[in-house]
Design a protein around this ligand. Structure first.
Ligand code: SF4
Ligand code: SF4
Ligand code: SF4
Ligand code: FES
Length: 944
């Protein structure tokens, strides 16, 4: 893509298949019924002038620039608000229209600073374009009268400014905030000449409700709302289409470039996941890629207390290979392993698991998805037959009842949240199951029908209680179950679910959710025409994570809510490529496409292609690697883009394991916490330098295209390939496309996929093969992937992590909109203006009994460790529950989390830790240790 500006057809596309025939300026056209005249004209190549209309917003009809003439009608209707009718004859260019439009423009321009040559929007301003389009040559009214030319500039937002002197009060920004983002932060204040855009009463943008999504900036036709990067660097000269590297929504973007510098990221209108919208991270928080902290040269050292020695790539690769071979010779083939990253491309992930299997000769490969969504893979595979969500995001627009369980979409998956909120404003009903009052429970124009504030760790009894009501009150879709599901398993499940311990009354005792709310919520979902379940880490990161995933699948099958638009069981994946890293064979027991490494036929298909023998025994999972390391049996680790020391539970155990290894190789952008334990540092590439694909939460394979060359001099897949070669295995890809070709050849769900195909069609959702040449938006349409849907009994086995007198509170964790996971990227951007530190949310009653006030430093202590952080007092959390985020390494949130994990997948139980909170006067011992290590590393880096 070289064109920078994306086409604007003026009003949204009409829905439906019916067409009408019209004539525009004498030329015949066939258009979808309900299309506006403005859009119909633009679709036919006739540019009717417009200002207040844009195709991402409903027509508004305020500027009167788009007037047209319609045969047989009086006057001059606004083309943006007038739908086409069969046989309509429209004139867009007449003398009368030209005069009217010129008059309109004259009024606008008479109150506009005519500083076009020095304006940041010069060349990309619709007002300027329209003045040209209507042929405005002079303005009869001078600037002597009342005007807005001295209106102030609000530059409070770190990423964009609001220059009120240039505002034409077209209201596009206000409507974008309402309709697209759903935040309702802006209003038009005052009337007539006094009317102006306002972000709140006497508030600037930064202090307002604004969440900095940038939709208003994108919608603004003038330089009023403008990115500061454009103000500073000027307009772009070319553009590259790529994919956001933050969350699992997988928004498509157009990287607008000036030379090799990014000057703006604009959401791609035809991006299937985001349809032209974005959040603050994707649109604005890309500055980390050129942050001064980035390491651009490989480094090695013999021991972790020694300075790093910057070396050339050849030496770093030869050294890595030599150390891994030496360790294997001394400690055995299985003494080393690798971790793949959900932040990297599929191609980069695939070569790392291949390095482990083909060059290391074992299956000791795991991925960071282990600690987030591994129960999703297991639970959905068991019940439905495939390890992935069932729907495309846009399916939510057909849902009647939406159930959000253990997810906080407005913070974690903001662009999908905006879409969901749109559907909720249209009238869909909402059930939120979460220990905390997340934003969705009550936000502008949205109120959940039910918020079930369960005690952390009681998801399974709650889902069982909902199922109990559905079964006992005759809300099961018997026909669906009989036709589509394994009936024996259903009968066994029904018997289990009807047990008294699963009744709402019994579960109310365990979960703290009133029985009548459980009953009413169950009826709402059970009676829905189309009920959709969306869930997140608040489901998976429990010792019963897999049980809960299966519980949700059971419920959806029992009510006939899988296989159609508007329903399904949908994991909201945390990182950009969690789905892909799992798909690529990153688990120790599975090759690409979730096929067991123990299966001879599967293994031999890879063996034939790779020219090696693959170990038939599954390898170590991440926690097994740590345990084996502490036991002295696991000595070397290749860690691709994951900060294990910060993100894995029970930090002291992780640090002990990393310290005991002889060769820890970290491939990352920054010297992260794990790098403090590393012997080799291989600099990685940011998404702006990558060529490959990501797969989002809806199984969508999206292209990631490089907008600049790798800043450290080497593609990440090539680093891995060269290590494999140096270890004696001939890996020989010429480019990233060749890696995808091999993935497609060896993975039945990817058969049709190639870079060339994706470049041609945009994006596809797997499976994409001979049965589904253009991909599969909705899974399990006629039958489940496994054949008959399997009900699995979901008896509740409580976690062993219990509260007692010493640890009477339950800690649960989550994240905030402006930051991303361990914060390695977002903490190196201006997103920090919305976040200074991780805070501990404490309910007022718990705070009062402990003498804790707002902002106090408190000690958070569990059976595993102690940290200190500041408290904030809020009733977002219920009494007995405390909550924090984990974005700052200094907080050490995982110092207190336990080693309890999901019974099936070892996904850590981050969401339930028994703790005590007390006022603190000084930082914890762990944090003193953290400071000491940081200081030592600082000295080491300085001497490097
Ligand atoms: S940036 Fe987003 S949230 Fe803020 S005012 Fe604009 S549209 Fe609304
Ligand atoms: S700020 Fe821009 S979009 Fe908003 S009313 Fe003014 S000109 Fe229109
Ligand atoms: S919603 Fe997710 S994928 Fe989209 S821009 Fe934000 S962080 Fe990126
Ligand atoms: S574009 Fe139609 S009235 Fe403004």
């Amino acid at each position: 893509m070289n064109k920078v500006r994306q086409a604007d057809l003026g009003t949204p596309a009409a829905k439906g298949g019916e067409t009408v025939r019209i004539e525009i300026d004498g030329l015949p056209a066939t258009v979808t019924a309900g299309t506006s005249i403005l859009r119909a004209a633009r679709e036919s190549g006739v540019e009717v002038p417009k200002l207040c209309a844009t195709d991402s917003l409903k027509p508004f009809g305020s500027c009167r620039l788009c007037l047209v003439e319609v045969e047989g009608r009086k006057g001059y209707p606004a083309s943006c608000t007038t739908p086409v009718e069969d046989g309509m004859q429209i004139r867009t260019q007449t003398e009368a229209l030209a005069k009217l439009r010129k008059n309109v423009m004259e009024l606008y321009i008479s109150d506009h600073p005519l500083d076009c040559l020095t304006c940041s929007a010069n060349g990309d301003c619709e007002l300027q374009d329209m003045a040209g389009a209507v042929g405005l040559r002079d303005v009869r009214y001078g600037f002597d009268g009342e005007n807005h030319l001295d209106a102030p500039v609000d530059a409070s937002n770190p990423y964009f400014q609001f220059d009120a002197s240039k505002c034409i009060v077209c209201s596009r920004c206000v409507r974008a905030c309402d309709e697209v983002q759903g935040t309702f932060a802006l209003t038009i204040e005052g009337r007539g000449f006094e009317s102006k855009v306002s972000a709140g009463i006497s508030e600037d943008f930064l202090d307002s409700e604004c969440v900095s999504c940038g939709a208003c900036v994108q919608a603004c036709p003038t330089a009023t709302l403008m990115e500061k990067s454009i103000v500073e660097h000027g307009q772009p000269d070319h553009a590259v289409q790529t994919t956001c590297a933050y969350c699992g929504v997988g928004c498509s973007f157009v990287a607008e470039m000036k030379g090799d510098q990014v000057v703006r990221m604009t959401p791609y209108k035809d991006g299937q996941a985001n349809k032209g919208h974005s959040c603050v991270k994707g649109r604005f928080a890309w500055g980390y890629s050129t942050h001064r902290d980035r390491v651009l040269q490989p480094m090695i050292r013999e021991a972790t207390d020694q300075p790093w020695r910057p070396v050339e790539w050849d030496e770093a690769i030869a050294h890595t290979a030599k150390r891994f071979r030496e360790i294997q010779q001394e400690h055995g083939r299985k003494s080393i392993g690798g971790i793949t990253s959900s932040r990297c491309t599929n191609e980069e992930v695939y070569v790392v698991q291949k390095l482990v299997r083909a060059a290391f000769g074992n299956n000791n490969v795991d991925t960071c998805a282990r600690v987030c969504h591994s129960p999703t893979g297991y639970g959905l595979k068991q019940t439905l037959g495939t390890s992935a969500g069932t729907q495309p995001f846009e399916s939510v627009m057909d849902a009647d009842v939406i159930v959000v369980i253990g997810a906080n979409p407005t913070e974690g998956h903001p662009v999908f949240a905006s879409q969901m909120k749109r559907r909720l404003r249209e009238g869909a009903r909402l059930i939120v199951v979460d220990p905390r009052q997340i934003g969705l429970v009550r936000s502008p124009h949205i109120e959940a029908d039910f918020h079930l504030p369960l005690r952390p760790g009681t998801n399974v009894p709650v889902i069982n209680a909902l199922a109990h009501v559905i079964v006992s009150e005759g809300l099961v879709d018997e026909d669906y179950v009989r036709d589509r599901c394994d009936v024996d398993s259903f009968e066994a499940w029904r018997e289990m679910i009807l047990k008294p311990e699963n009744s709402p009354e019994a579960v109310a005792e365990v979960s703290g959710v009133p029985a009548e709310d459980l009953r009413a919520a169950a009826r709402l979902y059970g009676e829905a025409n189309r009920g959709a379940i969306y869930y997140g880490l608040g489901v998976t990161e429990h010792s019963q994570g897999s049980t809960m995933v299966m519980g949700m699948a059971n419920l959806a099958m029992a009510t006939g809510n899988i296989g159609f638009s508007g329903c399904g069981v949908n994991p909201l994946r945390g990182q950009n490529n969690v789905q892909g890293s799992c798909d690529m064979g990153s688990f120790p027991h599975e090759l690409a496409g979730y096929r067991p490494v123990q299966d001879d036929a599967v293994r031999s298909s890879f063996e034939n292609h790779w020219g090696v023998t693959i170990d038939p025994e599954p390898g170590f999972r991440i926690p097994n690697m740590f345990d084996a390391a502490c036991a002295g049996q696991f000595k070397g680790m290749y860690i691709q883009g994951e900060d294990l020391a910060q993100s894995d539970p029970n930090t002291q155990h992780v640090e002990a394991a990393l310290s005991s290894m002889e060769c820890v190789v970290v491939q990352d952008l920054f010297l992260n916490e794990t790098a403090k334990f590393a012997h080799v540092f291989l600099p990685g590439t940011s998404f702006l330098e990558k060529d490959g694909t990501f797969i989002n939460a809806e199984r969508r394979i999206n292209r990631v295209r490089p907008v600049m060359k790798p800043r450290q001099g080497k593609d990440e897949w090539l680093i891995t390939q060269e290590i494999a070669q140096a270890m004696g295995y001939l890996m020989d890809y010429g480019n990233a496309a060749a890696i995808m070709d091999e993935i497609a050849e060896l993975t039945p769900t990817f058969t049709n996929v190639s870079f060339e195909f994706l470049d041609r069609v945009g994006s596809v959702q797997w499976p994409c093969n001979e049965n589904a040449p253009m991909g599969t938006p909705i899974m399990h349409i006629d039958q489940f992937v496994r054949g008959k849907g399997l009900f699995i009994e979901t008896d509740y086995v409580p976690t062993e992590e219990r509260t007692n007198r010493r640890f009477p509170l339950l800690l649960t964790t989550g994240r905030i909109l402006s930051q991303y996971n361990v914060g390695a990227q977002t903490r190196r951007t201006q997103n920090n203006v919305w976040y200074r530190e991780d805070l501990l949310e404490v309910h007022p009653s718990d705070a009062e009994t402990r003498g804790i006030r707002e902002g106090d430093l408190v000690s958070l202590k569990s059976r595993k460790g102690e940290i200190t952080l500041r408290a904030t007092i809020t009733d977002r959390v219920q009494p007995g529950v405390v909550y924090t985020t984990f974005h700052n390494p200094e907080t050490g949130a995982n110092v207190v989390t336990t080693e309890y994990s999901d019974w099936a997948t070892n996904c850590p139980e981050y969401k339930v830790t028994a703790v005590q909170v007390t006022p603190a006067t000084h930082r914890s011992d762990w944090q003193h240790g953290f400071d000491r290590r940081a200081e030592e590393q600082g000295k080491i880096i300085e001497s490097t």
